[in-house]
Write a protein that binds this ligand. Structure first.
Ligand SMILES: *Cc1c(COP(=O)(O)O)cnc(C)c1O
Ligand code: SF4
Length: 346
């Protein structure tokens, strides 16, 4: 047991280092039954368990169905091989011209800054990504800068991962300074879960770095359930908002976690209260080892119709799916039963 005063001065790097990675310890900390252990060990062998303390603290003890627990607890089902579930569901390997760079959509490129994540989400579509072939060393970074200089159609650079905010501030600072010098770049976007799972990652240094770049900054968080947003997350979001950084959220529709209109509506409203707008709600990507989270498309579209019927338009995330080879994400229209029975799908 740590006294509160010590907890509050822990740095985000400490939180990262002290994350729970042992299945037996996770079950013990959360007072969960021992019969979950064999499955947890089997899943952990395929994709490491990793949960940081601030996220752990939001999980209800003794509840094996807790929606936050189910995102991180390795399970026996992960060992099942299902047809159609692959290691590269988005076919990213086909749009990977340089190590660390994915260029699928004309005006924006995605950079894989770090293979590390602060949390390992069981449904992650990059759980099999070849991070070891995509290390961003000095040489690779120079090659990426050259690529961006030559590709004048690129307006936006997206820092992704892994979690790009697992990168130290000093290194982020150097990278942003290099990007700023490329005149046709307008926007910097960061896809991250760190401000949610370890809110102390939003350091004053990070906030001022993002506030001072000439690039317009957008942070896309990844929050799947309203229970993920606590006071600390609110505070971190607020620090960013105060610097006019745009905050958006993307989530994944996950069986048993957030496949419920009431949960989704509460999520949208809780996000808004924290200064974050819902952006995408993704259909699950068919990644090997996580088929038990999948929701059929029709069910997802019905759920979206239920949400749309009661949320203001600006709190309605775009229901989307990533279809390899398309020029953008593919949007799915909500489907209500009246449309279905008359055969009209707008
Ligand atoms: C999702 C994604 C983007 C961003 O798409 P937006 O619709 O702009 O959010 C960019 N590049 C890749 C490779 C992506 O997968
Ligand atoms: S934080 Fe994002 S990249 Fe990392 S495991 Fe979770 S979903 Fe995957």
């Amino acid at each position: 047991m740590q006294p509160i005063s010590i907890t509050s001065v822990r740095s985000w790097q400490d939180e990262l280092r002290e994350s729970i990675t042992d299945p037996a310890q996770l079950l013990k900390r959360l007072a969960l039954p021992d019969d979950l252990l064999d499955g947890a060990i089997a899943g952990d062998a395929l994709f490491d368990l990793r949960v940081p303390e601030p996220y752990l603290s939001r999980i209800e003890k003794g509840n094996p169905r807790d929606p936050l627990l189910l995102q991180v607890l390795p399970q026996q089902q992960e060992t099942q091989q299902l047809p159609g579930y692959t290691t590269d569901p988005l076919e990213e390997n086909a749009s990977n011209p340089l190590p660390g760079l994915i260029h699928k959509y004309t005006h924006r490129v995605l950079l894989i800054l770090s293979g590390a994540c602060a949390i390992n989400c069981r449904y992650c579509f990059r759980r099999h990504f070849a991070y070891q072939d995509n290390q961003l060393g000095r040489e690779q970074w120079q090659a990426i800068l050259k690529y961006l200089q030559e590709h004048t159609e690129v307006e936006e650079v997206i820092f992704s991962g892994g979690d790009p905010l697992a990168t130290p501030d000093s290194r982020l600072h150097r990278m942003i300074s290099d990007l700023e010098k490329i005149p046709h770049l307008e926007r910097l976007r960061i896809h991250t879960r760190l401000p949610v799972v370890i809110p102390s990652r939003v350091t004053p240094a990070l906030v001022s770095m993002l506030a001072s770049t000439r690039l317009s900054t957008v942070i896309v968080l990844h929050i799947n359930h309203p229970n993920e947003i606590d006071e600390e997350v609110n505070h971190a979001a607020n620090q960013l908002k105060q610097q006019n950084i745009t905050l958006l959220n993307q989530s994944v529709l996950l069986r048993g976690i957030n496949d419920n209109a009431t949960v989704q509506k509460t999520l949208s409203k809780t996000l808004f209260a924290a200064g974050i707008l819902p952006y995408y709600l993704f259909l699950f990507d068919p990644v090997a080892g996580a088929g038990h989270f999948d929701i059929p498309e029709t069910e997802a579209r019905r759920l979206a119709a239920d949400m749309q019927a009661s949320l203001p338009g600006y709190l309605m995330p775009r229901l989307a799916v990533e279809i390899p080879g398309k020029a953008s994400k593919t949007l799915l229209t909500p489907l209500d039963d009246i449309q279905k029975s008359s055969g009209v799908i707008s």
